[in-house]
Design a protein around this ligand. Structure first.
Ligand code: PLP
Length: 403
């Protein structure tokens, strides 16, 4: 049984997917730094830095702010199982696969669940949540700020209002939006907010930053029953991420190094500049897609999530053939649709490090070539031309504003 396994040599892809995104070389260097123990006094300082940076990115003073040792789904799980127990009621806004995952996880608890739904491609209407919760005691209202399966952005404010009327905690999934879309956890009074490291922060996958308001912490303290998960019980996990720094589990030390460096890059750029960069690059991408005669799934511009653009696959074009050609010929990865949108849309991610002008122009040129090869006629150079025009317009706007 001697089988030779060669040295690891992954391809260097441009990941224009809805996560993970490509990473800055500084993040790779941090990842390769010498390992230390998770209770090493030096590492405790590194943990402090990580929490300081997380609070800046979430725009919060919340004490309970840390990266969970889990992917984004772990963030959903922790938010839901810490806040819900028998006798509670939850309303979850569902407009895609990931917001539905929050509902599925809530259905694993003993709480009563109500789903308030919207078709994929649209945000849920806060008025429907108000109607569903009327006269009932609701413990949490949950939603995804960025629904990655359809590229839809949900405005938080109307849901905060409704949650206040219902006396509920507001739980917001920012896995696909943190560090790319405006978010002020304290100002918008989000009670539990979680994200993922592999999207607009552009760190490796595997951690889920989470922050919890003092009000939600109090709700956790007032629980009558134990949290159903030991690993995700946030009060005991905070023994490690709190002042005591007591062992809870062994965290992924190297991923924390990488997250720290990726967040230093976010903060150096500045959140507002980063939000604007994501907005401008998506506008150019959309201008290019539309100029090629292709359609978007999300019709209302205000509902479009700047990190994920969902475009309809033209009739007669094979989803997988196009994605495979982009990968083989241009080294570009994009994603297909999930659930009911499988084979109906492509999802282009412009997240964090990947939200850059050269990548937008390269992608549009590569898509034109690929579509032509697959038999879909595209006006020559129209996509790239429209994107260039969009950038020129955005820059002259910015120049006017800064004068
Ligand atoms: C909005 C949203 N929530 C949750 C998740 C789940 O995250 P993960 O795949 O890291 O577990 C994703 C993943 O794409 C997502 O986009």
């Amino acid at each position: 049984m001697t089988q030779h396994i060669g040295e690891l040599n992954p391809p260097n892809r441009l990941m224009l997917t809805p996560g993970p995104s490509s990473m800055d070389p500084r993040v790779y260097r941090a990842l390769a730094s010498p390992l230390v123990g998770h209770l090493d006094p030096w590492f405790k300082g590194c943990m402090d830095d990580t929490q300081v940076l997380l609070r800046q990115i979430f725009q919060t003073e919340n004490r309970l702010t840390m990266p969970l040792s889990a992917s984004g789904s772990g963030g959903i799980e922790a938010s839901v199982v810490n806040s819900l127990e028998e006798g509670d009621e939850a309303i979850i806004c569902v407009n895609g696969v990931f917001s539905d995952r929050m509902a599925v996880i809530a259905s694993h608890t003993a709480a009563k669940l109500t789903k308030v739904e919207a078709p994929y491609g649209k945000p849920v209407d806060a008025e429907d949540v108000r109607r569903a919760g009327k006269g009932r005691k609701i413990k949490i209202v949950g939603l995804a700020q960025g629904e990655t399966s359809s590229g839809v952005l949900t405005q938080i404010e109307p849901f905060r209002k409704v949650a206040d009327e219902l006396g509920a905690l507001l739980v917001v999934d920012t896995v696909a939006s943190l560090a790319a879309v405006p978010l002020h956890v304290d100002r918008e009074r989000v009670d539990i907010c979680f994200s993922g490291t592999q999207k607009a922060i552009s760190a490796p996958p595997g951690m889920s930053p989470i922050t919890v308001s003092p009000r939600a912490e109090e709700a956790f303290r007032n629980r009558k029953t134990k949290v159903q998960s030991w690993y995700f019980d946030l009060t005991t996990a905070m023994n490690y991420w709190g002042k005591e720094r007591l062992y809870h589990h062994t965290p992924p030390v190297s991923l924390i190094y990488a997250l720290r460096e990726a967040m230093r890059i976010v903060v150096e750029e500045g959140l507002e500049a980063r939000w604007e960069r994501h907005r401008v690059n998506q506008l150019a991408l959309i201008a290019g897609i539309e100029a090629m005669g292709l359609e978007l799934l999300v019709k209302r511009p205000a509902d479009r999530l700047p990190t994920v653009t969902a475009m309809m696959i033209p009739d007669g074009i094979d989803d997988a053939k196009v994605r495979n050609q982009l990968l083989d010929e241009f080294n570009i990865e994009i994603a297909g649709g999930l659930g009911p949108l499988k084979s109906k849309i492509w999802r282009i991610g412009l997240m964090g490090h990947c939200s850059q002008k050269p990548y937008v122009l390269l992608f549009l040129a590569a898509l034109e070539k690929t579509l032509l090869d697959q038999g879909f006629r595209v006006p020559s150079g129209a996509g790239v031309g429209a994107a260039i025009h969009s950038y020129a317009h955005a820059h002259s706007e910015a120049a006017t504003v800064s004068r």
